[in-house]
Design a protein around this ligand. Structure first.
Ligand code: ATP
Length: 482
Protein backbone atom coordinates (compact mmCIF):
# COMPACT_ATOMS: atom_id res chain seq x y z
CA UNK A 1 0.00 0.00 0.00
CA UNK A 2 1.42 3.39 -0.79
CA UNK A 3 1.07 6.31 1.61
CA UNK A 4 1.33 9.96 0.56
CA UNK A 5 5.01 10.88 0.85
CA UNK A 6 4.64 13.39 3.71
CA UNK A 7 2.61 10.88 5.77
CA UNK A 8 5.08 8.20 4.88
CA UNK A 9 7.97 10.25 6.28
CA UNK A 10 6.08 10.87 9.52
CA UNK A 11 5.17 7.18 9.74
CA UNK A 12 8.83 6.20 9.33
CA UNK A 13 9.92 8.63 12.07
CA UNK A 14 7.28 7.27 14.48
CA UNK A 15 8.14 3.70 13.63
CA UNK A 16 11.85 4.38 14.15
CA UNK A 17 11.11 5.60 17.65
CA UNK A 18 8.51 2.99 18.60
CA UNK A 19 10.70 0.07 17.57
CA UNK A 20 13.99 1.25 19.07
CA UNK A 21 15.78 2.46 15.95
CA UNK A 22 16.22 6.21 16.60
CA UNK A 23 15.44 8.45 19.58
CA UNK A 24 15.67 12.21 19.93
CA UNK A 25 18.82 12.99 21.95
CA UNK A 26 18.23 13.96 25.61
CA UNK A 27 14.51 13.47 25.08
CA UNK A 28 13.68 13.79 28.81
CA UNK A 29 14.95 17.38 28.56
CA UNK A 30 12.81 17.97 25.46
CA UNK A 31 15.59 16.97 23.13
CA UNK A 32 18.48 18.73 21.46
CA UNK A 33 17.74 20.02 18.00
CA UNK A 34 19.18 17.96 15.13
CA UNK A 35 20.94 15.49 17.45
CA UNK A 36 19.76 11.89 17.64
CA UNK A 37 20.57 8.64 19.45
CA UNK A 38 20.34 5.15 18.02
CA UNK A 39 18.45 2.50 20.01
CA UNK A 40 18.92 -1.28 20.20
CA UNK A 41 17.87 -2.09 16.62
CA UNK A 42 19.10 1.20 15.21
CA UNK A 43 22.63 0.81 16.55
CA UNK A 44 22.71 -2.73 15.20
CA UNK A 45 21.50 -1.61 11.75
CA UNK A 46 23.90 1.34 11.71
CA UNK A 47 26.80 -0.94 12.58
CA UNK A 48 25.82 -3.35 9.83
CA UNK A 49 25.71 -0.56 7.22
CA UNK A 50 29.10 0.68 8.44
CA UNK A 51 30.57 -2.83 8.26
CA UNK A 52 29.09 -3.40 4.82
CA UNK A 53 30.72 -0.21 3.52
CA UNK A 54 34.01 -0.93 5.29
CA UNK A 55 34.20 -4.47 3.96
CA UNK A 56 33.37 -3.47 0.40
CA UNK A 57 35.98 -0.69 0.49
CA UNK A 58 38.87 -2.39 2.30
CA UNK A 59 38.46 -6.18 2.20
CA UNK A 60 37.23 -6.15 -1.42
CA UNK A 61 39.93 -3.72 -2.68
CA UNK A 62 43.56 -4.77 -2.24
CA UNK A 63 44.75 -1.20 -2.65
CA UNK A 64 42.50 0.44 -0.03
CA UNK A 65 43.40 0.48 3.67
CA UNK A 66 41.61 1.97 6.64
CA UNK A 67 42.56 4.39 9.39
CA UNK A 68 40.89 5.76 12.50
CA UNK A 69 42.01 9.35 13.08
CA UNK A 70 41.14 11.58 16.05
CA UNK A 71 38.27 14.06 15.93
CA UNK A 72 40.49 16.86 17.26
CA UNK A 73 43.19 18.02 14.90
CA UNK A 74 45.81 20.77 14.96
CA UNK A 75 43.94 24.04 14.27
CA UNK A 76 46.16 24.86 11.30
CA UNK A 77 44.63 21.82 9.56
CA UNK A 78 41.43 23.82 9.05
CA UNK A 79 43.29 26.89 7.81
CA UNK A 80 45.07 24.74 5.24
CA UNK A 81 41.93 22.88 4.19
CA UNK A 82 40.11 26.16 3.58
CA UNK A 83 37.42 25.45 6.16
CA UNK A 84 38.20 28.47 8.34
CA UNK A 85 37.76 30.82 5.39
CA UNK A 86 35.34 28.95 3.15
CA UNK A 87 33.25 26.43 5.04
CA UNK A 88 30.19 28.57 5.21
CA UNK A 89 26.73 28.77 3.75
CA UNK A 90 24.96 31.91 2.58
CA UNK A 91 22.28 32.70 5.15
CA UNK A 92 19.47 35.19 5.43
CA UNK A 93 17.48 36.14 8.56
CA UNK A 94 13.86 37.15 8.74
CA UNK A 95 13.82 40.35 10.82
CA UNK A 96 10.38 39.66 12.27
CA UNK A 97 10.63 36.01 13.30
CA UNK A 98 14.46 36.12 13.73
CA UNK A 99 14.54 32.78 11.95
CA UNK A 100 17.66 32.08 9.90
CA UNK A 101 17.49 30.27 6.55
CA UNK A 102 20.02 28.84 4.17
CA UNK A 103 19.41 30.88 1.02
CA UNK A 104 19.38 27.89 -1.34
CA UNK A 105 16.90 26.04 0.89
CA UNK A 106 14.60 29.06 1.09
CA UNK A 107 14.50 29.42 -2.69
CA UNK A 108 14.24 25.65 -3.27
CA UNK A 109 11.18 25.46 -1.00
CA UNK A 110 9.58 28.20 -3.11
CA UNK A 111 10.53 26.31 -6.29
CA UNK A 112 8.74 23.23 -4.94
CA UNK A 113 5.59 25.33 -4.43
CA UNK A 114 5.82 26.54 -8.04
CA UNK A 115 6.15 22.95 -9.24
CA UNK A 116 3.16 21.89 -7.15
CA UNK A 117 1.17 24.69 -8.81
CA UNK A 118 2.14 23.31 -12.24
CA UNK A 119 4.55 26.19 -13.01
CA UNK A 120 7.40 23.85 -13.90
CA UNK A 121 9.10 26.15 -16.46
CA UNK A 122 9.21 29.04 -14.02
CA UNK A 123 10.49 26.68 -11.30
CA UNK A 124 13.25 25.34 -13.56
CA UNK A 125 14.47 28.74 -14.64
CA UNK A 126 14.47 30.09 -11.07
CA UNK A 127 16.55 27.13 -9.94
CA UNK A 128 19.04 27.66 -12.78
CA UNK A 129 19.32 31.38 -11.95
CA UNK A 130 19.87 30.57 -8.28
CA UNK A 131 22.65 28.07 -9.11
CA UNK A 132 24.37 30.62 -11.36
CA UNK A 133 24.18 33.38 -8.74
CA UNK A 134 25.42 31.09 -5.95
CA UNK A 135 28.32 30.07 -8.16
CA UNK A 136 29.28 33.78 -8.46
CA UNK A 137 28.55 34.58 -4.76
CA UNK A 138 26.26 37.31 -6.11
CA UNK A 139 24.29 37.81 -2.89
CA UNK A 140 22.78 41.19 -3.80
CA UNK A 141 20.96 39.76 -6.84
CA UNK A 142 19.94 36.67 -4.86
CA UNK A 143 18.31 38.91 -2.28
CA UNK A 144 16.51 40.80 -5.05
CA UNK A 145 15.16 37.50 -6.36
CA UNK A 146 13.83 36.60 -2.91
CA UNK A 147 12.15 40.01 -2.69
CA UNK A 148 10.69 40.18 -6.21
CA UNK A 149 9.21 36.68 -5.86
CA UNK A 150 7.85 37.67 -2.44
CA UNK A 151 9.39 34.61 -0.81
CA UNK A 152 8.28 34.80 2.78
CA UNK A 153 9.30 33.36 6.15
CA UNK A 154 7.24 30.30 7.12
CA UNK A 155 6.88 31.59 10.69
CA UNK A 156 6.24 35.36 10.40
CA UNK A 157 4.84 35.19 6.87
CA UNK A 158 6.71 38.42 6.04
CA UNK A 159 9.35 39.30 3.44
CA UNK A 160 11.33 41.48 5.83
CA UNK A 161 14.82 40.07 5.18
CA UNK A 162 18.36 40.99 6.28
CA UNK A 163 21.18 41.00 3.74
CA UNK A 164 22.65 37.63 2.86
CA UNK A 165 25.76 36.72 4.85
CA UNK A 166 28.15 33.78 5.08
CA UNK A 167 27.91 31.68 8.25
CA UNK A 168 30.74 29.30 9.23
CA UNK A 169 29.54 25.81 10.08
CA UNK A 170 32.43 24.63 12.29
CA UNK A 171 32.00 24.11 16.04
CA UNK A 172 34.91 25.41 18.07
CA UNK A 173 36.10 24.62 21.58
CA UNK A 174 39.15 25.26 23.76
CA UNK A 175 42.12 23.00 24.25
CA UNK A 176 43.59 23.12 27.74
CA UNK A 177 41.86 24.14 30.92
CA UNK A 178 43.64 27.38 31.81
CA UNK A 179 41.74 30.40 30.55
CA UNK A 180 43.91 32.68 28.47
CA UNK A 181 46.34 29.93 27.58
CA UNK A 182 43.62 28.05 25.81
CA UNK A 183 43.79 27.53 22.08
CA UNK A 184 40.76 27.38 19.82
CA UNK A 185 40.34 24.04 18.14
CA UNK A 186 37.51 22.69 16.01
CA UNK A 187 35.38 19.60 16.02
CA UNK A 188 36.15 18.18 12.59
CA UNK A 189 33.47 19.04 10.01
CA UNK A 190 34.61 16.14 7.77
CA UNK A 191 36.74 13.06 8.30
CA UNK A 192 38.78 13.62 5.12
CA UNK A 193 41.48 15.83 6.66
CA UNK A 194 42.53 13.06 9.08
CA UNK A 195 43.31 11.03 5.97
CA UNK A 196 45.26 13.80 4.20
CA UNK A 197 47.54 14.62 7.14
CA UNK A 198 48.32 10.90 7.53
CA UNK A 199 48.84 10.34 3.83
CA UNK A 200 52.59 9.65 3.97
CA UNK A 201 52.45 7.68 7.26
CA UNK A 202 49.91 5.35 5.70
CA UNK A 203 51.56 5.11 2.28
CA UNK A 204 54.91 4.21 3.83
CA UNK A 205 53.75 1.82 6.57
CA UNK A 206 51.30 -0.07 4.34
CA UNK A 207 53.83 0.11 1.44
CA UNK A 208 51.21 1.33 -1.00
CA UNK A 209 51.70 2.29 -4.62
CA UNK A 210 49.60 4.82 -6.46
CA UNK A 211 46.72 4.39 -7.20
CA UNK A 212 45.64 3.56 -3.65
CA UNK A 213 42.91 4.56 -1.23
CA UNK A 214 42.54 5.33 2.47
CA UNK A 215 39.13 4.74 4.06
CA UNK A 216 37.77 6.06 7.31
CA UNK A 217 34.50 6.07 9.23
CA UNK A 218 33.92 8.59 11.99
CA UNK A 219 31.98 11.42 13.53
CA UNK A 220 31.80 14.84 11.96
CA UNK A 221 30.18 17.99 13.33
CA UNK A 222 28.49 20.89 11.55
CA UNK A 223 26.54 23.74 13.03
CA UNK A 224 23.78 23.31 10.49
CA UNK A 225 21.25 26.11 10.37
CA UNK A 226 18.43 24.29 8.72
CA UNK A 227 18.26 21.34 11.04
CA UNK A 228 15.01 19.55 10.46
CA UNK A 229 14.01 16.49 8.49
CA UNK A 230 14.95 13.98 11.18
CA UNK A 231 18.37 12.33 10.72
CA UNK A 232 18.75 13.71 7.20
CA UNK A 233 20.59 16.77 8.50
CA UNK A 234 22.21 16.50 11.90
CA UNK A 235 24.69 18.59 13.84
CA UNK A 236 26.63 15.49 14.91
CA UNK A 237 26.75 12.75 12.31
CA UNK A 238 28.95 10.02 10.93
CA UNK A 239 30.74 9.94 7.59
CA UNK A 240 32.21 7.05 5.63
CA UNK A 241 34.89 8.53 3.42
CA UNK A 242 37.50 7.17 1.07
CA UNK A 243 40.26 9.25 -0.49
CA UNK A 244 41.78 7.68 -3.58
CA UNK A 245 45.29 8.94 -4.42
CA UNK A 246 46.15 9.05 -8.11
CA UNK A 247 48.61 10.36 -10.67
CA UNK A 248 47.87 13.98 -11.73
CA UNK A 249 46.08 13.97 -15.07
CA UNK A 250 44.22 10.70 -14.43
CA UNK A 251 41.45 12.33 -12.36
CA UNK A 252 38.71 12.23 -15.04
CA UNK A 253 39.07 8.51 -15.55
CA UNK A 254 39.10 7.74 -11.79
CA UNK A 255 36.20 10.10 -11.14
CA UNK A 256 34.11 8.13 -13.66
CA UNK A 257 35.31 4.87 -12.16
CA UNK A 258 34.27 5.77 -8.59
CA UNK A 259 31.01 7.28 -9.70
CA UNK A 260 29.97 3.95 -11.25
CA UNK A 261 31.55 1.83 -8.53
CA UNK A 262 29.69 3.65 -5.77
CA UNK A 263 26.37 3.45 -7.57
CA UNK A 264 26.94 -0.32 -7.91
CA UNK A 265 27.45 -0.50 -4.15
CA UNK A 266 24.10 1.18 -3.57
CA UNK A 267 22.35 -1.11 -6.03
CA UNK A 268 23.97 -4.17 -4.41
CA UNK A 269 21.59 -3.59 -1.50
CA UNK A 270 18.66 -4.31 -3.79
CA UNK A 271 17.37 -0.72 -4.20
CA UNK A 272 15.89 -0.25 -7.69
CA UNK A 273 18.01 1.90 -10.01
CA UNK A 274 15.18 4.38 -10.66
CA UNK A 275 15.35 5.46 -7.01
CA UNK A 276 18.81 6.91 -7.68
CA UNK A 277 20.13 9.69 -9.87
CA UNK A 278 23.36 11.67 -10.30
CA UNK A 279 23.36 15.42 -9.77
CA UNK A 280 26.37 17.25 -11.21
CA UNK A 281 27.47 20.33 -9.27
CA UNK A 282 27.56 23.65 -11.04
CA UNK A 283 28.91 25.51 -8.00
CA UNK A 284 32.07 23.65 -7.06
CA UNK A 285 33.47 23.59 -3.51
CA UNK A 286 36.76 25.43 -3.05
CA UNK A 287 38.76 22.20 -3.38
CA UNK A 288 37.10 20.50 -6.36
CA UNK A 289 37.52 20.42 -10.16
CA UNK A 290 34.46 18.16 -10.60
CA UNK A 291 31.78 16.98 -8.18
CA UNK A 292 28.49 15.17 -8.18
CA UNK A 293 25.95 13.91 -5.69
CA UNK A 294 24.40 10.49 -5.73
CA UNK A 295 20.80 11.32 -4.90
CA UNK A 296 18.10 9.01 -3.60
CA UNK A 297 14.36 9.51 -3.86
CA UNK A 298 13.64 10.02 -0.13
CA UNK A 299 10.03 10.58 0.99
CA UNK A 300 11.10 14.26 1.13
CA UNK A 301 12.19 14.16 -2.52
CA UNK A 302 15.43 13.40 -4.37
CA UNK A 303 18.28 14.37 -2.01
CA UNK A 304 22.02 13.78 -1.71
CA UNK A 305 23.17 10.67 0.08
CA UNK A 306 26.76 10.57 -1.18
CA UNK A 307 29.23 12.96 -2.81
CA UNK A 308 31.94 12.08 -5.34
CA UNK A 309 34.54 14.83 -5.55
CA UNK A 310 37.61 15.28 -7.67
CA UNK A 311 39.66 17.22 -5.08
CA UNK A 312 42.77 17.76 -7.25
CA UNK A 313 45.96 18.21 -5.17
CA UNK A 314 44.31 21.03 -3.22
CA UNK A 315 44.45 19.44 0.23
CA UNK A 316 47.88 17.83 0.09
CA UNK A 317 49.48 20.91 -1.51
CA UNK A 318 48.01 23.18 1.11
CA UNK A 319 49.05 20.92 3.99
CA UNK A 320 52.52 20.90 2.47
CA UNK A 321 52.50 24.69 2.35
CA UNK A 322 51.13 25.26 5.87
CA UNK A 323 53.17 22.52 7.61
CA UNK A 324 56.40 23.02 5.69
CA UNK A 325 56.61 19.19 5.37
CA UNK A 326 56.99 17.52 2.00
CA UNK A 327 53.95 15.49 0.99
CA UNK A 328 55.13 14.20 -2.36
CA UNK A 329 55.15 10.68 -3.67
CA UNK A 330 57.88 9.13 -5.79
CA UNK A 331 56.34 7.26 -8.71
CA UNK A 332 58.89 4.61 -9.71
CA UNK A 333 57.04 3.78 -12.92
CA UNK A 334 57.58 7.24 -14.37
CA UNK A 335 60.53 8.27 -12.20
CA UNK A 336 58.81 11.40 -10.91
CA UNK A 337 58.04 13.08 -7.62
CA UNK A 338 54.60 14.66 -7.42
CA UNK A 339 51.78 15.64 -5.07
CA UNK A 340 49.03 13.10 -5.84
CA UNK A 341 45.57 14.07 -7.01
CA UNK A 342 42.59 12.76 -5.06
CA UNK A 343 39.14 11.38 -5.83
CA UNK A 344 36.91 11.31 -2.77
CA UNK A 345 33.82 9.24 -2.10
CA UNK A 346 31.94 10.58 0.91
CA UNK A 347 28.73 9.10 2.23
CA UNK A 348 26.80 9.98 5.37
CA UNK A 349 26.19 6.89 7.48
CA UNK A 350 23.08 8.40 9.07
CA UNK A 351 21.70 9.41 5.67
CA UNK A 352 22.33 5.91 4.38
CA UNK A 353 20.47 4.65 7.45
CA UNK A 354 17.53 6.93 6.60
CA UNK A 355 17.68 5.66 3.02
CA UNK A 356 17.41 2.06 4.25
CA UNK A 357 14.48 2.95 6.53
CA UNK A 358 12.74 4.81 3.70
CA UNK A 359 13.28 2.02 1.22
CA UNK A 360 12.30 -0.75 3.65
CA UNK A 361 9.23 0.63 5.40
CA UNK A 362 5.95 -0.76 4.12
CA UNK A 363 2.35 -0.98 5.32
CA UNK A 364 0.76 -4.02 3.71
CA UNK A 365 -2.91 -5.02 3.61
CA UNK A 366 -4.43 -8.11 2.04
CA UNK A 367 -7.52 -10.33 2.13
CA UNK A 368 -7.05 -13.70 3.80
CA UNK A 369 -8.55 -17.03 2.62
CA UNK A 370 -11.44 -16.58 5.10
CA UNK A 371 -12.32 -13.24 3.43
CA UNK A 372 -11.12 -11.11 6.36
CA UNK A 373 -8.64 -8.30 5.95
CA UNK A 374 -5.16 -8.59 7.42
CA UNK A 375 -2.31 -6.09 7.61
CA UNK A 376 1.21 -5.60 8.82
CA UNK A 377 3.96 -3.01 9.02
CA UNK A 378 7.10 -4.59 7.66
CA UNK A 379 10.67 -3.39 7.20
CA UNK A 380 12.11 -5.05 4.10
CA UNK A 381 15.67 -4.36 5.29
CA UNK A 382 18.25 -6.11 3.05
CA UNK A 383 18.96 -9.45 4.77
CA UNK A 384 22.71 -8.93 5.09
CA UNK A 385 22.34 -5.71 7.10
CA UNK A 386 19.18 -6.53 9.08
CA UNK A 387 19.60 -5.86 12.86
CA UNK A 388 18.41 -9.38 13.77
CA UNK A 389 18.89 -12.14 11.23
CA UNK A 390 16.98 -14.98 12.86
CA UNK A 391 14.21 -15.17 15.44
CA UNK A 392 13.70 -18.56 17.05
CA UNK A 393 10.21 -19.03 18.45
CA UNK A 394 8.94 -22.05 20.35
CA UNK A 395 5.24 -22.50 19.57
CA UNK A 396 4.50 -23.16 23.26
CA UNK A 397 6.31 -22.36 26.48
CA UNK A 398 6.28 -26.04 27.48
CA UNK A 399 6.74 -29.65 26.30
CA UNK A 400 10.50 -29.17 25.81
CA UNK A 401 10.00 -26.74 22.87
CA UNK A 402 11.90 -23.82 24.52
CA UNK A 403 14.86 -26.13 25.13
CA UNK A 404 15.05 -27.09 21.44
CA UNK A 405 14.77 -23.41 20.45
CA UNK A 406 17.66 -22.55 22.80
CA UNK A 407 19.78 -25.30 21.24
CA UNK A 408 19.18 -23.80 17.78
CA UNK A 409 20.15 -20.34 19.06
CA UNK A 410 23.32 -21.73 20.62
CA UNK A 411 24.37 -23.21 17.29
CA UNK A 412 23.58 -20.08 15.24
CA UNK A 413 24.55 -17.12 17.41
CA UNK A 414 28.32 -17.26 16.88
CA UNK A 415 27.57 -16.66 13.17
CA UNK A 416 24.76 -14.08 13.13
CA UNK A 417 22.49 -12.14 15.47
CA UNK A 418 19.61 -14.24 16.82
CA UNK A 419 16.57 -13.41 18.91
CA UNK A 420 14.57 -15.69 21.21
CA UNK A 421 10.93 -15.05 22.07
CA UNK A 422 8.25 -17.25 23.64
CA UNK A 423 5.60 -14.70 24.68
CA UNK A 424 2.27 -14.18 22.80
CA UNK A 425 0.64 -16.02 19.90
CA UNK A 426 2.92 -16.92 17.02
CA UNK A 427 1.21 -14.50 14.59
CA UNK A 428 1.87 -11.59 16.94
CA UNK A 429 5.48 -12.63 17.32
CA UNK A 430 5.90 -12.75 13.52
CA UNK A 431 4.47 -9.22 13.26
CA UNK A 432 6.95 -7.90 15.85
CA UNK A 433 9.84 -9.40 13.86
CA UNK A 434 8.41 -7.96 10.61
CA UNK A 435 8.36 -4.53 12.25
CA UNK A 436 12.09 -4.66 13.08
CA UNK A 437 12.99 -6.24 9.76
CA UNK A 438 14.04 -9.76 10.84
CA UNK A 439 14.30 -11.68 7.55
CA UNK A 440 13.94 -15.21 8.97
CA UNK A 441 11.88 -16.78 11.75
CA UNK A 442 12.09 -20.37 12.85
CA UNK A 443 9.22 -21.94 14.78
CA UNK A 444 9.76 -25.00 16.92
CA UNK A 445 6.62 -27.15 17.36
CA UNK A 446 5.65 -30.66 18.39
CA UNK A 447 6.66 -32.10 15.04
CA UNK A 448 10.21 -30.87 15.74
CA UNK A 449 10.33 -33.37 18.61
CA UNK A 450 9.35 -36.17 16.26
CA UNK A 451 11.40 -35.56 13.13
CA UNK A 452 13.73 -32.65 13.98
CA UNK A 453 12.14 -30.26 11.44
CA UNK A 454 11.13 -26.65 12.10
CA UNK A 455 9.10 -24.08 10.16
CA UNK A 456 11.27 -21.49 8.43
CA UNK A 457 9.26 -18.36 7.65
CA UNK A 458 10.46 -15.72 5.19
CA UNK A 459 9.70 -12.11 6.10
CA UNK A 460 9.11 -10.70 2.62
CA UNK A 461 6.96 -13.41 1.06
CA UNK A 462 5.60 -14.74 4.40
CA UNK A 463 6.10 -18.18 2.81
CA UNK A 464 6.88 -21.04 5.14
CA UNK A 465 8.78 -24.28 4.61
CA UNK A 466 9.93 -27.10 6.81
CA UNK A 467 13.62 -27.73 7.09
CA UNK A 468 15.73 -29.81 9.43
CA UNK A 469 16.96 -27.91 12.47
CA UNK A 470 20.54 -28.95 11.77
CA UNK A 471 20.38 -27.22 8.33
CA UNK A 472 19.33 -23.78 9.64
CA UNK A 473 22.77 -22.32 10.22
CA UNK A 474 24.24 -23.21 6.81
CA UNK A 475 21.10 -22.27 4.90
CA UNK A 476 21.05 -18.81 6.46
CA UNK A 477 24.78 -18.30 6.08
CA UNK A 478 24.30 -18.88 2.35
CA UNK A 479 21.40 -16.46 2.14
CA UNK A 480 23.28 -13.82 4.13
CA UNK A 481 26.51 -14.06 2.13
CA UNK A 482 28.19 -10.70 1.47
P1 ATP B 1 24.42 18.96 2.02
O1 ATP B 1 24.46 19.65 0.68
O2 ATP B 1 23.25 18.04 2.19
O3 ATP B 1 24.63 19.88 3.19
P2 ATP B 1 27.18 18.44 1.69
O4 ATP B 1 27.31 18.54 0.20
O5 ATP B 1 27.62 19.55 2.54
O6 ATP B 1 25.68 18.00 2.08
P3 ATP B 1 29.42 16.73 1.99
O7 ATP B 1 30.27 17.74 2.64
O8 ATP B 1 29.72 16.32 0.59
O9 ATP B 1 27.88 17.12 2.15
O10 ATP B 1 29.40 15.45 2.94
C1 ATP B 1 29.33 14.14 2.44
C2 ATP B 1 28.13 13.40 2.97
O11 ATP B 1 28.00 13.57 4.37
C3 ATP B 1 26.81 13.88 2.39
O12 ATP B 1 26.56 13.28 1.15
C4 ATP B 1 25.82 13.44 3.44
O13 ATP B 1 25.45 12.08 3.24
C5 ATP B 1 26.62 13.53 4.72
N1 ATP B 1 26.27 14.74 5.47
C6 ATP B 1 26.72 16.00 5.27
N2 ATP B 1 26.18 16.83 6.15
C7 ATP B 1 25.36 16.09 6.94
C8 ATP B 1 24.53 16.40 8.06
N3 ATP B 1 24.46 17.62 8.54
N4 ATP B 1 23.84 15.39 8.62
C9 ATP B 1 23.92 14.13 8.15
N5 ATP B 1 24.70 13.79 7.11
C10 ATP B 1 25.42 14.75 6.51
Amino acid sequence: MSLPQENRFQAIISHAKEYGFVFQSSEIYDGLSAVYDYGPYGSELKKNIRDYWWKSMTQMHENIVGIDAAIFMHPTTWKASGHVDNFSDPMIDNKDSKKRYRVDHLIEAYVEKLKAAGKTDEAGSLLATMDALLAKDDFATLKQIIETNKISCSISGTCNWTDIRQFNLMFSTQLGSVAGEAETIYLRPETAQGIFVNFLNVQKTARLKIPFGIAQVGKAFRNEIVARQFIFRMREFEQMEMQFFIRPGSQKEWYEYWKEERLKWHLSLGTPAEKYRFHNHTKLAHYADAALDIEYDFPIGFKEVEGIHSRTDFDLSNHQKYSGKKLTYFDTEINQHYVPYVIETSIGLDRMFLLILSQSYDEEKWIKDDGKEDSRVVMHIPEKIAPIKLAVLPLLKKDGLPEIAREIINVCRPYFRCFYEEKDAIGKRYRRQDAIGTPFCVTVDHQTKEDGTVTLRYRDSMKQERIHKSDIKDKLLNLLLF
